[in-house]
Unconditional design. Structure first.
Length: 364
């Protein structure tokens, strides 16, 4: 027998939305799930009651029939799939859930066109989203549409998102993000350390913000990686740690990498209390939230937590490490990003190298 439940969700601006999910269970196993989101709870109840009645009267719809399925329905299937949306990263999850609440989600799947995708991008652009942000919408929508036939057996093989992409690039509605070169100045870093020290000393505060900040710089790790480090993965002899599931666009899981903890990074780890299986048993978003509040209170502009990773890589270059050696710490699979960091730090070194090559050729 079908039934429904309603979940209240808040958009980024605080506006409430109500997601109604209709389900059918057989012997404790969910055999059917369908969701829609509404601006009012009454609308969600009406749709849920209507859908339950239809299922009870007419049974399950044909699994391969795309008729009556909206873009939102397909998005919800993907989001609710533990092997698809369930494995999505933070950015992709956010974008997919945002798309569910957009006008484009209400369009019947069989009626979706490239023009609809372009109009969605225009609306997003007019609302202040930049080309790189809007590009995520198109990429993730395209990946969901690609799953309709092979993954969910829905008789739909078009992909208007991919069709629209070249036109969106020409219109300037999507594009790559600008590469950042921001590093904290010494004075800014000192201010942050003092501000975070005061925050850590507040009553009820448990996060060692200063230790985590400096470890992030010295290890060049992403904050998510820092908060996943385990005591069992520490190698005392090598003074290294196994970083599990490092970010790699080609592979989501299993990207483990042994990373040397250089200098004070090792000392910071050693002074952490062993009260958990994790070295830094804190929620990464809580760490970055504390950093952002202190940064804003100090009036430091345009500095993101991720910029500390560039700061760490820059320090290694300035200490004389090669690009290949720095990559062993940062975990970059491609050296292109590190080349950019290096050439921004030492543009003259390339000219010197060229002169050396020219002299050696003359001597030959």
């Amino acid at each position: 027998m079908a039934y429904y439940n309603i979940e209240k969700r808040l958009k980024s601006d605080g506006t409430p939305r109500y997601r109604c999910t209709v389900l059918i269970k057989e012997k404790g196993v969910i055999t059917f799930r369908e969701s829609k989101t509404f601006p009012k709870q009454a609308h969600a109840k009406t749709w849920g009651s209507q859908r339950v009645m239809e299922l009870d009267l007419y049974g399950l719809p044909s699994s391969d029939d795309a008729t009556g399925i909206t873009v939102r329905d397909l998005l919800q299937k993907y989001i609710n799939d533990p092997n698809a949306g369930g494995k999505a990263g933070r950015t992709k999850s956010y974008v997919l859930n945002m798309l569910v609440d957009c006008d484009i989600a209400a369009i019947p799947l069989l009626s979706l066109t490239a023009n609809d995708v372009i109009e969605h991008c225009r609306l997003r652009n007019n609302a202040g989203a930049g080309p790189a942000t809007v590009s995520h919408d198109v990429s993730y929508l395209g990946s969901v549409l690609d799953c309709a036939k092979p993954v969910y057996g829905i008789n739909y093989t078009s992909n208007p998102a991919k069709e629209a992409r070249p036109h969106l690039l020409k219109l300037g509605l999507i594009g790559k993000s600008n590469r950042r070169s921001r590093r904290p100045a010494s004075e800014e870093l000192n201010m942050l350390i003092e501000g975070l020290k005061q925050r850590s000393q507040r009553r009820g505060s448990k996060i060692p913000f200063v230790d985590i900040l400096m470890f992030s710089v010295l290890s060049c790790m992403r904050i998510g990686e820092v908060c996943r480090l385990r005591w069992d993965d520490i190698d005392e002899k090598q003074k290294s740690v196994l970083v599990r599931d490092r970010k790699d666009p080609r592979k989501k899981e299993g990207n483990h990498m042994n990373v040397a903890l250089l200098g004070e990074a090792w000392d910071i780890v050693q002074r952490q209390p062993r009260k958990s299986e994790l070295i830094f048993p804190y929620i990464s978003s809580s760490v970055t939230a504390g950093f952002q509040r202190v940064r804003s209170a100090l009036g430091i502009e345009d500095l993101r937590y991720h910029d500390l990773r560039r700061e760490g890589a820059s320090r290694l270059f300035e200490a004389g490490f090669s690009i290949e050696e720095v990559a062993q710490v940062t975990g970059h699979r491609s050296l292109n990003v590190l080349w950019q960091v290096y050439t921004e730090l030492f543009p003259k070194s390339l000219h010197v190298r060229l002169e050396q090559l020219q002299k050696s050729r003359k001597n030959d």
